[in-house]
Design a protein around this ligand. Structure first.
Ligand code: AMP
Ligand code: GLY
Length: 414
């Protein structure tokens, strides 16, 4: 089996390595890939989307796995292009990927199908936004488009809301677009992953993401500074509620709306005093959650995804270990406001944990940083205590100039 994995970060490396370890022993290819991924997968040399699709056809790719979201909604959409070319794709069509690409589309979907979520108003100007906020703080402002994790602002007061509205409507930092003014919800957050195959689904191992930069959930939002994965993160009762009120209605809603879906679907939930509510959908695995979840997976992910992409749901092919997995992110100097490249990374050879590369480059002198989030250091254990002790001890061995790491991953919010 020949599989092409699309993307270039730590999530895609975790997917590639887990797919490669499948008993069916697939041959792995990647686009655009990274130096680290290309130790396991062969880089597809393609100049753009058309060339990528043609390469997959010419080289007899059996399965395309979408890692990151951007390709799903780019031009005609990765899954749509694959379908037209006769290549099974694990990842949804462009129309369905609007669940992630448009906050307003997602909100309308949630409301239409009676799935619990915060109340919201869509607005298209600064003044409309101020009117919709109506002096109620905190408020949550969400730009209606892909914004690399920077399009959401939780605003405690009028000054912070006005600052964000200025970025959106005056400076047009994210381009043209509307905005959702959303009710502020409270409670712990949890990331739930579904593997969706038309009208069927499997709920995978849940995870918790650490979105803020600094210890104690302080500082700015990031793409995620670490993650914890374990089936024990959600009790069977909670999982049942999440399945009945959120996952199953979502899958029925996709079917009812004629939105084709075969792939991972990420439910970002807040466990509010009124029960779990959806904060966001993402049409792919989470990053860094994927780096934490994948090492717990048992079975044949490659055949599971191939069958799923062909419309044959085969949940018996994968399962998850009972233990805990902790992922610590090392981010570059200046992240998330900026990022710093070219800093030499030391200690990788001493590190006994699994290391996934989020943003690195291999130079003649060794690995150097090449992005905001640089490395994901991941360790497992039978207990939370064992996993987090090991993850932090191993992460501490790896260093580069200006490296940033949260020391409370697996400790805070547990
Ligand atoms: P998102 O990009 O939609 O995942 O939002 C980023 C973060 O903003 C979430 O992980 C939450 O911590 C926070 N957030 C989003 N929506 C809300 C909400 N309605 N109430 C409170 N916090 C929120
Ligand atoms: N960890 C959050 C995300 O992947 O969007």
């Amino acid at each position: 089996m020949k599989i092409a994995v699309i993307g270039k970060g730590g999530r895609e490396q975790a997917l590639v390595e887990t797919l490669a370890a499948s008993p069916c022993k697939p041959e792995l290819f990647t686009f655009p890939g990274s130096d680290a991924i290309c130790r396991t997968a062969t880089r597809i040399e393609a100049d753009g989307f058309d060339a990528l699709i043609q390469w997959m056809v010419d080289n007899g790719i059996d399965l395309c796995v979408a890692g990151e979201e951007s390709y799903l909604v780019k031009e005609e959409g990765l899954a749509n292009r694959c379908e037209a070319a006769g290549i099974p794709c694990w990842g949804p069509h462009k129309e369905s990927a609007q669940l992630e690409a448009s906050k307003e589309f997602a909100k309308n979907f949630l409301l239409r199908h009676g799935i619990p979520t915060g109340a919201a108003t869509a607005v298209e100007s600064y003044d409309e936004a101020i009117a919709a906020i109506n002096g109620q703080y905190p408020t949550v402002l969400k730009f209606d488009g892909l914004a690399a994790g920077k399009g959401v602002a939780v605003c405690p007061d009028a000054a912070s809301a006005e600052e964000f509205l200025d970025e959106v409507f005056i400076q047009k930092r994210f381009g043209a677009g509307r905005l959702l003014v959303e009710e502020f919800l409270t409670g712990p957050e949890i990331s739930i992953f579904g593997a969706i195959c038309d009208d069927q689904y499997l709920i995978l191992c849940p995870a918790r993401d650490y979105k803020r930069l600094e210890v104690g959930d302080a500082g700015p939002n990031t793409g995620g500074m670490g993650a914890v994965a374990s089936r024990q993160l959600a009790s069977p009762e909670l999982l049942k509620t999440i399945e009945e009120t959120i996952v199953a209605p979502t899958v029925r809603g996709l079917q009812a709306d004629g939105l084709p879906y075969r792939g991972f679907l990420y439910f970002g939930l807040m466990l509010t005093p009124q029960g779990p509510k959806v904060i966001e959908y993402n049409c792919r695995f989470g990053d860094p959650e994927c780096e934490a979840v994948m090492p717990l997976l048992q079975g044949d992910l490659a055949t599971f995804c191939l069958k799923g992409a062909r419309g044959e749901f085969a949940p018996e092919l994968i399962s998850f270990n009972e233990g805990w997995s902790i992922c610590c992110i090392l981010a570059s100097a200046g992240y998330p406001a900026s990022s710093h490249s070219g800093d030499i990374i030391s200690g990788l050879d001493d590190c006994q944990a699994r290391v996934f590369h989020c943003g690195t480059k291999l130079t003649p002198g060794g690995w150097v940083t090449a992005g905001g989030r640089v490395l994901a250091i991941v360790a497992q254990g039978d207990t939370l205590e064992a996993a987090r002790t090991l993850a932090h001890a191993e992460a501490a061995k790896v260093d580069f100039d200006g490296s940033q790491r949260r020391s409370d991953i697996g400790y805070a919010n547990m």
